[in-house]
Design a protein around this ligand. Structure first.
Ligand code: NAD
Length: 352
């Protein structure tokens, strides 16, 4: 019997396929806009400038100072740039950091957003914005934050370094794993989650073998779209809480932290959510935790938190913080069990 559920759909237009970068101008016009501010990180500035040239008179300028964790100071500068060039929409070209800047602008002035997504983090399809000010990261959820249009052009990911592709892909999978046992899950979110993981499970080894494989790149983007969609639809649990704690309070890098913790947090919940996780356990050889660990290892992903610079002496404080104001989780969040989880993740041990 299908259990009762409520399901909110986040409206977005998705334009998918190799070569779709050429469609940005059409999408700007379709929104009724005529002056796009193109956003990127400093690293992707040349790509943003090329996109601005491609847009011609539809481009109002380029702002290439997007940074990890969306610092409010950068957003304020971007707001001034937006007003200064009389822009009427933003085009964010990049991963979660650039998308975060576009969202931060839209949160303040409700400008329409077009996102050209170039990693697998999934932020482009969520109404969620995390921003930092004075070292404190806060998260807001608002319909204004959800981008109106997302363009997925696999060609733009051919140069995403293999190591980043792997950690970003595992980051995407983490959304789907937690969506499967989310308290507010529904049949659609579970279907999208399994399909998203299936696509990434197949694509990532092919990308490691040949980073220029455009078919595998397309499959990975397709999977990350689905995984991002469920992140924006249902609640996340212990895994995301641990990642937010380690990222926010210990400054660990986003995608790598997700990649290392995922097998351990999945193992933590494996029994409590055995039925919900069964489709993924089947995909990963029977046991979700050790299966994800072996998969990550086969891709050359980082496996140990100690390799990200976290000190063993910090694990007690991390466990204390992670169990404070816990997110709902299928298995009770117990301090000692979380501390053991962190120990294993710190050492890089295979989950039992
Ligand atoms: P990122 O956007 O920080 O990108 C990392 C680096 O890779 C940047 O220098 C970027 O310019 C570069 N890069 C991106 N795509 C590239 C490509 N195709 N080729 C070469 N270089 C490329 O990384 P991310 O993991 O996508 O995003 C992480 C941030 O996103 C974090 O701040 C995280 O909190 C946020 N995030 C938010 C949500 C949400 O729903 N709000 C979801 C996921 C992630």
């Amino acid at each position: 019997m299908t259990a009762p559920f409520a399901y909110d759909v986040n409206p977005a237009r998705i334009v998918f396929g190799p070569g779709t970068l050429a469609r940005v101008a059409d999408e700007v016009r379709r929104l009724g806009a005529r002056r796009a501010l193109v956003l990127s990180t400093p690293f992707q500035q040349a790509d943003a400038e090329a996109l601005a040239r491609q847009l011609g008179t539809l481009a109002a300028g380029v702002f290439a100072k997007a940074a990890m964790h969306t610092p409010v100071a950068v957003t304020k500068e971007a707001m001034l740039a937006f007003q200064g060039v009389d822009a009427d929409c933003v085009v964010a070209l990049g991963g979660g950091s650039t998308i975060g800047l576009g969202k931060a602008i839209a949160y303040r002035n409700d400008t329409p957003q077009i996102v050209v997504a170039t990693t697998y983090a999934g932020s482009e399809v969520t109404p969620i914005l995390g921003q930092t000010e004075d070292g404190i990261k806060t998260t807001v959820r608002d319909p204004k934050i959800l981008p109106e249009v997302v363009i997925y052009d696999p060609n733009l990911t051919l140069g995403l370094p293999v190591a980043m592709s792997v950690t970003s892909g595992l980051n995407a999978m983490a959304h789907a794993v937690e969506a499967l046992y989310a308290q507010d899950r529904n049949p659609i979110s579970s279907m999208l989650a399994v399909e998203g993981v299936r696509a990434l499970r197949a694509a990532l080894p092919m990308i490691v073998g040949n980073p220029k494989d455009v078919t595998a790149r397309g499959d990975a983007l397709y999977g990350s779209w689905l995984c991002g969609t469920v992140l924006g639809t249902v609640g996340m649990a212990l895994h995301h809480k641990l990642c937010h704690t380690l990222g926010g309070s210990f400054d660990l890098p986003h995608a790598e932290t997700h990649a290392i913790l995922l097998p351990h947090s999945a193992a933590y919940n494996a029994q409590a959510a055995a039925n919900e996780l069964q489709p993924l356990a089947d995909l990963f050889g029977g046991a979700i935790g050790s299966g994800l660990y072996d998969f990550a290892k086969s891709l050359g992903a980082p496996l140990a938190l100690k390799d990200l610079g976290l000190q063993e002496a910090q694990l007690d404080a991390a466990a204390d913080l992670a169990v404070k104001n816990p997110y709902w989780n299928p298995r009770p969040v117990e301090r000692d069990a979380v501390r053991s989880l962190l120990q294993r993740a710190w050492e890089g041990a295979r989950p039992q």
